[in-house]
Design a protein around this ligand. Structure first.
Ligand code: DX5
Ligand code: ZN
Length: 228
């Protein structure tokens, strides 16, 4: 199913499989795909850069043949460069990383693109947007964290809203087609507010996988985005 457009912007919903039942991951991915999502958000944590440990390239490779959805890999690991080619080979479409976790941010962006993937830069709640000064012209995605990274099911940090608006201004001024994704605490109740601030791509983990009927949540989110 394709992303929906409201007014001038295309909106995309990206369930985070962090909140899925890992023992039934293939079925969970098929279920959200049937629910009409746009991409799969794949959270990679290393118990070093963030205090949690999740899944790696082998899981990405085993999901790849089971879904047509683009795989949106969010790396919360340090160091980052060594693992990037592994995710590209495992079928990732987008690879995003945190600038604090890379020794050479420009080199890491170049590496992701050389591997044939789209490149994203991730901003923690306290990470300044000045990291975009010399990177935006090479990015396909800006990912703003609206929680501190490491866990699903946290509360949306409201001070992210003006930051989303500022990132939107920077992206529009660049004239480039850069996706603006927001990750953490996004639910049907606040998705419209996040969209109005300027986001176009919405990660939702617990809001979707914590519900009984995934398709009903996705429909509810679409309905609220349709009137933004
Ligand atoms: C947090 C992860 C998020 C998380 C979102 O470090 O990057 O993708 O799974 O989960 P919810 O939507 O439950 O906040
Ligand atoms: Zn994430």
């Amino acid at each position: 199913m394709s992303a929906r457009t409201s007014a001038a912007r295309t909106f995309r919903i990206a369930p985070s499989i962090l909140s899925a039942d890992f023992a039934r991951l293939g079925e969970e991915v098929a279920a959200v795909e049937r629910a009409g999502i746009d991409l799969l958000h794949f959270d990679v944590m290393d118990n070093h850069y963030v205090p949690n440990l999740t899944i790696g390239p082998m899981v990405c490779a085993s999901l790849r043949p089971r879904t047509k959805m683009p795989i949106d890999v969010h790396l919360m690991v340090r160091p980052v460069d060594r693992i990037i080619p592994d995710f590209a080979k495992a079928g990732a479409d987008i690879i995003s990383f945190h600038p604090e976790a890379s020794e050479h941010v420009d080199r890491t962006i170049a590496l992701i693109r050389e591997c044939g993937c789209k490149a994203g830069l991730v901003f923690n709640p306290a990470t300044p947007l000045s990291w975009l000064d010399h990177t935006l012209d090479k990015l396909d995605l800006v990912l703003l964290m609206s929680v501190n990274p490491g866990f699903g099911g946290q509360q949306f940090i409201a001070s992210t809203l003006p930051k989303i608006a500022e990132a939107r201004r920077r992206i529009d001024a660049s004239g480039r087609d850069v996706w603006l994704e927001v990750d953490g605490g996004v639910k049907a109740d606040n998705i419209a507010e996040v969209a109005r601030a300027g986001a176009d791509t919405f990660v939702a983990g617990s809001a979707i996988f914590g519900a009984k009927d995934y398709a009903a949540v996705v429909r509810d989110m679409r309905a609220r985005l349709a009137v933004v």
